[in-house]
Design a protein. Sequence first.
Length: 129
Amino acid sequence: MTRDFIPDDITQFIIEKIDSVAELEALLLLHSTPEEKWSVSALSGRLYINEKETAEVLAHLRMHGFAINKTSEPPLYQYQPASVELQQKVDRVAEIYSKHLLPVTNLIHSKPKTRIQEFADAFKFRKDD
């Protein structure tokens, strides 16, 4: 079903570059407000995730060339793709996601975890409720 809505190149892009729905939501929020500079705290409030997770999401987006970190205290992040090709891919992802939210989120959730990620996850401490 995913194949019906998401072109192969965008499927591959999401698999390679996007690790979570929160990450995609952050990317698309930055994409929709390219002139705005976001603090971890402000973005955390918009994404409804904690600041630690938001900082990790922003670091990942920066590492993949989607955003830049404006040096200040607190650090501010702004959408600035590293290339025109990356900009065009994000434009297409935004368009597809706006029309086919469930297939895109299902694709993200169905991504196989890498062995490195599984190994790292084994050492995460979780608070029991």
